[in-house]
Structures are given as C-alpha cells and as structure tokens.
Design a protein around this ligand. Sequence first.
Ligand code: ARG
Ligand code: ZN
Length: 844
Amino acid sequence: QTIYLSDYQPFGFIVDSVHLTFRLAPTATRVISRIAFRPNPAAQSRDFFLHGEQLSLIDAKLDGAAVSPELTPTGLRLDVPDAPFVFETEVEISPETNTALEGLYMSNGMYCTQCEAEGFRKITYYPDRPDVMSVFTVRIEGDLPVLLSNGNPVAQGDGWAEWHDPWPKPAYLFALVGGELLNHPDTFTTKSGKPVELNIWVRPGDEDKCAFGMEALKKSMKWDEDVYGREYDLDIFNIVAVDDFNMGAMENKGLNIFNSSCVLASPDTSTDMNFERIEAIIAHEYFHNWTGNRITCRDWFQLCLKEGLTVFRDSQFTADMRSAPVKRISDVIQLRARQFREDNGPLAHPVRPESFVEINNFYTATVYEKGAELIGMLKTLVGDEAYENALNLYFDRHDGDAATIEDWLQVFEDATGRDLSQFKRWYSQAGTPRLSVSEEYADGTYTLTFRQSTPPTPSQPVKDPRVIPIAVGLLNPNGDEVVPTTVLEMTEAEQSFAFDGLAVRPVPSILRGFSAPVILQRDTTNEERAFLLAHDTDPFNKWESGRALARDGLLHMIRDSAAPDMAYLEALTAVVRDDAQDPAFRALAMGLPSQDDLAQALVDLGEIPDPQAIWQALETLRQATAQHMQDLLPRIYAQYQVDAPFQPDAEQSGARALANAALALLSRLDGGAQAQKQYDAADNMTQQLAAFGCLLSAGKGQAATKAFYERWKHDRLVIDKWFTMQIVQADPDQAADVTAALTQHPDFTMKNPNRFRATLGALAMSPAGFHHASGKGYALLADWLIQLDPLNPQTTARMCSAFETWRRYDADRQALIATQLDRILEIDTLSRDTREMVERIRKA
Ligand code: ARG
Ligand code: ZN
C-alpha cells in the first residue's frame, strides 16, 4: 500500500490520442472513451493495467472487438497486442452522489471536476499518472447552456459541445464543467499579438464579483510575459467558480476551476486580505500553465517541482504588484505558523517525499511553502542573472516533459557551473535546521561563527549539513550601515566568517530577508533588538527584531510571571507613532507571535507549554499595549481612516490594517464604543468584519452577531466569516461550546468544505480553545471528523493535522488526545487518507 519513489517505472504504453464523450446525467453519466495506445520502447513491462475506481463498466472493445477485461477494485487488466491498438470503454458514474468532490461531481446543480492528483480514475479507465501525456478531444452532451472542457472550442450545438486541447497533458489536468453559468468576458493580446478570449464563469447572482479576478488574471498574463518571457498558448482561457471544492483552486489546462472563495470578490463582501489572496491564487493557477502544465511532473514525488516553483513565482508577482517587504514578512509568518509546525512534528517529511500511502496527504506546507523557499535560496545563491538563464534553459530543455527534481537541478548546474549535490539535501532531508551564532570582535575584525543542526524527524535520525545562504549586514552603533547585505554561503556544520577594517564593534543584522528557512538562535539583549527595530535597513529584519522582542517578553511573562516588557512597549510605540514608515509595516509590527509559535518556543526551551497560560500572556500584553499607547491610538485611528472610494490596493489596505490594529487596542479601553460606531458606519467588509471582531472580543458582540447574519444570510462566503469570527473571538473556555452550537445552526453543513473549515477548522486554529483542559475541543473535532470521513476523506484527512502538535503538551492532554485518535483508528471503514494521517500522528 505504500508507494516508493525508488520504485518508479515508466508505463508500458504511449497514449497517442484520447477521445472522450460525456452524456451528462446526475446519477447516471455515461463516459465513452476511445484511446489509441502503442507499446512504449522505453519501458520494461507490457502490463496493460488501467486505473479505474467506482466505475460501472458497460462495455469494452479492443480494435473494435468486444473484450472482457479482468476487473480489480482499482482498475482493469487486459492482454493486448505488441503493436498499436485502440481501446474503447463505456462506463457509468454518478456525479450527484459524489460527496468526495474528486472526479466528476455536482455542486449546486453544476457539473465540475477535480482530477489532481488521482481523480481521473473515477471518471474513466485510464493510465492515471502524470508521465502519461496525450492530446484530448472531448464531446459533452447535456441539457445545459454552458459546457466547457480544456483547450479550444471546436464546435457546439443545442445540448452539446466539442473541445480539443492540442497540448499533450496528463489526465490530472483534465477538466469538464456544465451548468447554467454566466460569464464575465474580457480579452488579452499576448506580446506576439495573439488575441485570447478570457472568461470568468459563475452562478447567476455572482456576476458582480468577477471584475477584480479578471484584472488579476490580465496582470498575471502580462507579468509572466515580462518577467519570465512566458506567453499564453491557447485561444481561450476559462475560469469557473465552484462553491464545493476541497482545495483553493486547480490549474486544469485552459480551464482553471476555483473554490468560489478564491475568485469571487467585491468590496461589500471581501476583506482586503481576501482581495490580496484572490489576486495571488489567480496568478498561481495561471503561472502553472508553464510551471506544471507545459512542464509537468514525472510522478507525484516531484510535486514540489511544480508547486514550489509556482508558489515562488506567485510570491514574486505579489511582491511586484504590492509591497515586497510586506509580502516577505507575511510569507514568513505563514511559513513559521504552518511549515515549521509541520517540520517539528510527526508529519515532518522532505520537500520531495520518498514514500506515501495517499498522495493527497502531501499537498502540504512543506511541499508548497518550503518548496518555494528552496527556489528562493537557489536564486540567492546563483544571483538574479544566473537564475534567469537557468529558467530559460529549463523552459527550452523541458517543454513538453514530465520532469524531475534532478532535471531541475541539472539545469542550474549547466547554467551556472555550480555543483548542487549538497544543495540537493534540502529536497531529501526533513526538519528545520537550527542555526546558532556566536561573535567575536578584536583588532578591527569582527567574526561570526555559525553552527547548524537539524533535530531528528520520523525515519530520519541523522542529518547532514546543508548549504545555507545567510544574508548579513553590519551596522555601526550610531545606526549607519558599515557592511551592506552580503550573502555568506555556509556549507559546514560549523563555519566562521570574518569582516575586517571595522573601527568599532558592529551590530549584526543576520538572516536578512529571511534568506533561509531556518530557526536562528542567538542570545542578544533587548537594547540590541530595539536598536535594530529602529535602525535596520533591511525591512524584514527590522520587523523580526520587534517580533523577537515581543516573543522574549512573552516567554518571560509565561515562564516567570514577569510583567510586560517596557523595552518592547517603548520600541513598538516609537514605530507606530512614526508616520514616515509604511502603515502596512507598522500594522505588521503591532502583531504578536501566535499561540502556536510561543508553544513551540517553550518546547525548544525544554518546557511543556500551557495553552491557557500562553493565551493569558497575550491578553495581558495586549491590554498593557493599549494602556501604554492610550494617547497615541485615537490619533492613529483617526489619521488612517480612508476617505477615498474603496480600492483593495496596497496603499488603502495598509492604512485600514493600521487603523484596525489601533481599533483592536482601543476597544480594550473603551469597551467597544468606537468599534460599534465603525460597525454601524462600515461600507465595506474589511471595516465591518474588523469591527465585528472587536465587538466580540470585548464581549459586546450580541447585537452585531444578529445584525451581521440578517444582513448577509444570502451570501455563503460572508456567512463563512460569520461562523469563523464567533469561534476565534470566543473565550477559550467557551470556544468548543460555541463551535458545537454553530454545528447545530441551520446553515451549517459538513458537505461544504468551506463551511466545515469555517467552523471546525476555526476551532482547530484557536489553540487555547481547542486544547481546553477538559478535552471537549478534542472530542468535538473527533466527532465531526468521524462523521465527515465517509463523505469526504480529503477534507477530513487535512483537518487531522489539528492534532499534530499533541506530543508537546502535558500527560493529561496527551491522554485525552490519544483517546480520540484511537477512537478514529478503530473505525474499520476509515478512508485511506484519514487512516494514514491519524496513524502518522499517533505513532509519534
Ligand atoms: N494543483 C493545485 C494548486 O496548487 C492544488 C490541487 C490540490 N489537489 C489535491 N487533490 N490535493 O493550485
Ligand atoms: Zn499549485
């Protein structure tokens, strides 16, 4: 049942063409396939096995003659000639009862598909693996006005449409959509002058939420031409919004399918953060057209080849469209919250895993976000120009290929002459390296000595030293920069770097821009952190110094019952007051480390974290901050109100973020009076939701909770926010009860992944509530995972990661969690997805 990277074998046959006919019907869709195969000279085996799951085989033919293949629970097998042949089948499937949302399914009366990674086998019999690429022609028959598939439209009539995709592709990029949809049309002319028809397709009622996504798409198309030299390659590009979707979105060739939460946007219903995320996801899926589709993956172990690179590309895009420092800081906050957490727990795995049971369990922060960090490190190591050359070589050499990480690294070696064999360890070794630093100053020479080590991770007890690019700058005590950013290339377990000609002992700014995904361990003083927060020229490290100051103070409060740290309060106040600094940056500086970050920091100090104590320390610090800034807050709040018409751009959203950070503190002083005013006057969702959160947190949210629901009950995406906000703002003692009550609300349904995540996922994201000493949070989540698993294994399995940190906590909590994990494992019909996750977590 476990699949290994080392077992890779090419498929025994080449697929020359695929012709599919769909006769759509909710519970009895017929899929008729005609596939031309020929023996693959590069393969050893001639085993003709086609994947197929939950299909009713009606009919099979080999070169026109009826055959009876051997059927297994996972596919079919047949004796075939050692020469080209045509294999035809007709199968029946039931999209309406497909609650797993994988393969062909229905969402609010719309037919749609999700095939990555292995969903095509639930549509028809096929070699469902990414290295089998072919040209698809698709005919769709159905009594629906809109019938879409990949590629270009060929012909259509009443109740049917035909599509042809000229670009060979693996089956995971297949897509089909059918429904009563409206389009938001536009056009784009590529740099070589080719016109492309663009559409965003939505259900009636959502047509006024497409304009922003369309602009984001056009910007993405232009950016990929300008920055990577990549042009679009079909006559038409379609995006479809679907309400029931397991993930964010999917890059199917020429027909991207989106979770409606990741494409629909309007000022009334979307926050600034929603807008930014939607822009990034549209870019991400569009960029996959080259990094993923034109060059795909040989097998699913190579997933980071397309995902790491595409996440890196979408981060570059957002940095260019908005503020680069703000994007970098936000990405690192996310990386630490999700990827470091994964890397430090039982689910730790390499960026390129070497085995899996269920590939859907490996669409992780490690593969995506750490995968993107590896691309960033490569670029830092080789430089911008060499990176560009390497990418051009990659596109030239591998266009049309199903490639590997070896291919990718070879391109960089050939383009730069560098040996990347040590760098490759980043792809195979799991775990976050710890980087400790010591320093020395004598006779004008300043020496930094670094030591790297990575704790053991499941099945990887010992780690070898990695190549770590460490960006460093040095400042004089008067605040001048004496050594601008220099990249030190660490390759040994321990290594020193000297800087000479320094008249005074400098203050180091280490790991600028977060140049490597490591945990920097350095003993330093509050004064030095405050100095860097005030003077560092590197915006990331400026922010990081403030963050470290906050973290140290909080740890001191938690461990020694200390009072809030005055050095932090003073330094933060100076930043917040300074109108010369970017408001978005100041809003980020006002953020505090997450409960989860603090829990992990305590573990690193050899302590058992108490989630309630962590929550309490954060509350105390927020209260102290509000009091410390009481004169400043009303000024900031008033000054950063936006009077101009709403724009979801970097400038306005930065101002709103700062004003709303001030509002959150003000609400601790005025009991929510200002928040109530903002709530009543708000004419956009950013303002309304921020005020709603403040009211709930101040215990004054009852009226707003009612009013918000009445105002938005017709809008699923806004009601998701309503569910989440009540849970994340609940007192930790009540969070599980609030969640339980909301699961009884008429609008709760576990069949919609967004609503399930908005409710149970929100509880899982609230550590003090989820880890309540009574165990009620654990029991509630387990109850719902058990109920959801038979319907939707993918979403169930993902949410099991709520338990991944369990070994950090005290014996009582561990026992409570073990009971829930064992209760889940006892179910013998448990899905493969969920079983793999819970077993990996339980084993730790
Ligand atoms: N390739 C998609 C993206 O990165 C995600 C698809 C995830 N699918 C899955 N079954 N896990 O945008
Ligand atoms: Zn992707």
